[in-house]
Write a protein that binds this ligand. Structure first.
Ligand SMILES: Cc1cc2nc3c(=O)[nH]c(=O)nc-3n(C[C@H](O)[C@H](O)[C@H](O)COP(=O)(O)OP(=O)(O)OC[C@H]3O[C@@H](n4cnc5c(N)ncnc54)[C@H](O)[C@@H]3O)c2cc1C
Length: 456
């Protein structure tokens, strides 16, 4: 465990007469490579107290069945695994996170995982200021603790590439979970009780579950499949939407079912670090993913147009009144009803599978800019669609990806209509690079085979 991952958020003492150590888990729903859990177990062992892992179940913006089904599968597995290692697990319906302290009345100390997004950060600071006991935050979701990479916003990926690759050996070590010494049972909930809590959620049930199954075991299977049959083609084929050589791990990373450190360790067991496919994959998992966390942490407008560099705001404004050949409403877009067969296909991929191919995400966002009268409106619609339908939505990667589509992390290109100097993409480019007929066929099959329905 590295001290760089741990931060004490208040000045309160540990309550030695408390009954347990309380770990509020939000983004680390796994046993393996979970540094917050490791810290919590070490604290419990030091105090000779049992451990209580707590999850507060609540709705959020655009909550839907797809996300909660995935979460439920992961939570049920997590509970089983925690109980196997001798921890307590408690899940409660809450309206707001301030209720969490009500469940931590008898805690010796409180531990949480780290939050990068605005609300996650707010609640950690709020709870730590109200808690009567020590409140620790342990960074768990990145390979490098955020501030090790930079103490300010990074503008371009190249600025951190060398630093990250150099620091890799220090932060990527094999993880061993300590044994829990005091296995006292304080709380117990049956699987049925937990399922009932999920049934009570007021969520949009028209967004159907995806075929992706939630949980740590499934994440491990995906990782194994990736290392065994996809990684050696990654550099050449990762960007090809008609093939499937991506890892499919984004939703598992988002829900905390797998750690990026584990992914890297498993890969380096089989491949040398200088392998071109490994470098290409680490460029995404390490450079772009960690850059996205830096972005949302240091940029408060990460989810709206105000984060954009001045050159991109100026150029998009300058071209605001340019004639658009096609203009669509949010409803047209949401229902994949545009004139563009490739765009409709990728929108359907997101609606049905809850995961659009990476290359198509760029095309998808660029076209919404082109077909919306007001580019600021396009920004809001993209955030809405992405957060609602993608299983990996509401993630720093999504906010960074949308910002990139409007010029963030990029440089000015040759000026053209509507986009100005912001990078442009078109269907001819897709056809030139890929077998787009195969992509359309893939989505057609997805539509046919899926039990999910497109109607809302
Ligand atoms: C407009 C737009 C919206 C996006 N929305 C999301 C989103 O909501 N959630 C999300 O996780 N990613 C998002 N991305 C980034 C990227 O498209 C996905 O992370 C990737 O397609 C996920 O598939 P995978 O896990 O199979 O990726 P792989 O190619 O196997 O990559 C492995 C991991 O690296 C990380 N990664 C890959 N590409 C990027 C990237 N460009 N930026 C940051 N991290 C990356 C992801 O954690 C991913 O799981 C978006 C990109 C764009 C352009």
């Amino acid at each position: 465990m590295y001290k760089e991952r741990i931060k004490k958020l208040n000045s309160k003492e540990v309550n030695l007469s408390g009954k347990y150590v309380f770990y509020w888990v939000q983004t680390g729903l796994r046993i393996d490579y979970n540094y917050s859990l490791e810290f919590a177990i070490n604290q419990a062992n030091k105090l000779k107290k049992p451990l209580v892992v707590f999850f507060g179940l609540k709705e959020f913006k655009f909550s839907n069945l797809r996300q909660y089904q995935f979460l439920k599968e992961g939570i049920l597995e997590y509970k089983k695994n925690l109980e196997k290692i001798g921890s307590n697990f408690l899940i409660k319906r809450i309206k707001n996170f301030d209720e969490i302290l009500d469940f931590a009345n008898d805690a010796c100390l409180i531990i949480s995982d780290f939050g990068y997004l605005k609300k996650q950060r707010f609640w950690r600071y709020y709870l730590s200021s109200k808690a009567n006991v020590s409140f620790f935050e342990v960074e768990n979701d990145t390979v490098f603790p955020l501030k090790i990479i930079s103490s300010k916003k990074i503008s371009f990926a190249f600025q951190i590439r060398k630093k990250i690759f150099n620091a890799l050996p220090y932060f990527v070590r094999i993880f061993n979970l300590p044994e829990i010494k005091n296995k006292e049972k304080i709380f117990f909930q049956s699987k049925k009780e937990i399922e009932e809590l999920f049934d009570q959620l007021k969520i949009d049930k028209k967004v159907y579950p995806s075929f992706f199954i939630g949980g740590e075991l499934e994440a491990e299977k995906k990782l194994k499949e990736f290392i065994e049959s996809k990684l050696s083609y990654y550099k050449n084929y990762r960007g090809n939407p008609s093939k499937n050589f991506q890892s499919d791990l984004s939703a598992y990373l988002h829900f905390g079912f797998i750690s990026p450190v584990k992914i890297i360790n498993q890969i380096l067991k089989k491949y040398p670090i200088r392998d071109e496919n490994v470098i290409s994959f680490f460029n995404e998992l390490l450079i772009w993913r960690e850059l996205a966390r830096n972005f949302v942490y240091f940029e408060e407008n990460y989810d709206n147009w105000k984060n954009l560099p001045q050159w991109s705001i100026n150029t998009l404004d300058y071209h605001q009144k340019d004639k658009r050949e096609y203009v669509y409403s949010l409803e047209d877009l949401e229902n994949a009803k545009t004139h563009d067969k490739y765009w409709n296909a990728c929108q359907k991929e997101m609606l049905i599978a809850g995961k659009m191919h990476n290359y198509m995400r760029m095309y998808w966002a660029k076209k919404v800019i082109e077909w919306t009268k007001d580019w600021r409106q396009a920004y809001d619609w993209l955030v809405y669609l992405n957060d609602k339908y993608e299983l990996d939505g509401r993630d720093p990667n999504g906010y960074a990806g949308i910002a990139w589509s409007f010029g963030q992390f990029d440089h000015p290109w040759n000026e053209r209509k509507i986009f100005g100097k912001v990078r442009y993409m078109n269907d001819k480019g897709l056809e030139r690079k890929f077998e787009m007929k195969d992509y359309l066929k893939k989505i057609e099959n997805l539509e046919k085979n899926s039990k999910n329905k497109l109607e809302r």
